[in-house]
Design a protein around this ligand. Structure first.
Ligand code: MN
Length: 225
């Protein structure tokens, strides 16, 4: 598990996203689903494992209807700190747009029969391209599977299992999005707002030690010229 790709894609002097670190494996595994209106709207589905968040971008968002097989593109591991990230990623940065937490909670990795398995067994299953897990979120509950397609390295399908939390009704994650998320998207689509050009949030800048901060400022000045 490494955050190398995550860090390569981002300039932390310019985006409020956390740099983060790989953490120790926790006993309780968490998940987060973030609604991310970047160039295109999608949902980022993230499961904690081995001290980072394994991540998939789900264009249509998750569903509680077992008939929906939602395409999920595996993306780079994210730091655990990312689970609480919400806000604007300024123009010019990777994933520029707006991020909101849509759901979060804990999950249990399970086997075919629904019995809880260890994180290391789950990691093996992940490498084998097929995982099952029980979600305990506010919106997503019960068993789900993520199954890798043979066609390429990054495409998976996110599927709800039939259980007491499943529905046969049409399900759209957008129906359960925050009002502020929907307002952002409506305004983007109407052209009344565009992706934020704001540079670093002050709170993010404060965390940088004085020496480094000067270096970042210098870099930024150089960029402008
Ligand atoms: Mn995303």
């Amino acid at each position: 598990m490494s955050l190398t790709k995550y860090k390569q894609k981002r300039n932390f002097g310019d985006t409020p996203e956390p740099a983060g670190k790989v953490k120790k494996q926790n006993d309780k595994l968490t998940f987060v689903i973030q609604r991310h209106h970047a160039s295109h709207l999608h949902y980022d589905f993230r499961l904690e494992l081995n001290g980072t968040l394994k991540s998939w971008a789900v264009p249509k968002g998750p569903s509680l209807n077992p008939k929906d097989k939602r395409l999920a593109m595996m993306v780079e591991d994210h730091p655990l700190e990312y689970a609480s990230f919400e806000g604007d990623i300024p123009a010019g940065n990777y994933g520029a747009g707006h991020v909101d937490v849509w759901d979060k909670g804990s999950y249990e990795p399970v086997d075919e029969k629904g019995n809880v398995i260890s994180a290391s067994q789950f990691n093996k299953a992940l490498h084998g391209g097929s995982i099952k897990f029980r979600m305990k979120g506010r919106k997503l509950k019960g068993e789900f599977a993520l199954v890798k397609l043979k066609s390429d390295e990054k495409s998976w399908l996110l599927i709800k299992h039939r259980d007491e939390h499943a529905t046969d009704e049409d399900y759209s994650a957008e129906d359960y999005a925050k009002k502020s998320s929907l307002a952002y998207t409506a305004a983007r689509n109407a052209g009344t707002i565009s992706i934020s050009k704001k540079a670093v949030k002050k709170t993010a800048a404060k965390k940088v030690p004085a020496k480094k901060a000067t270096a970042v400022k210098k870099k930024r000045r150089l960029k402008k010229t």
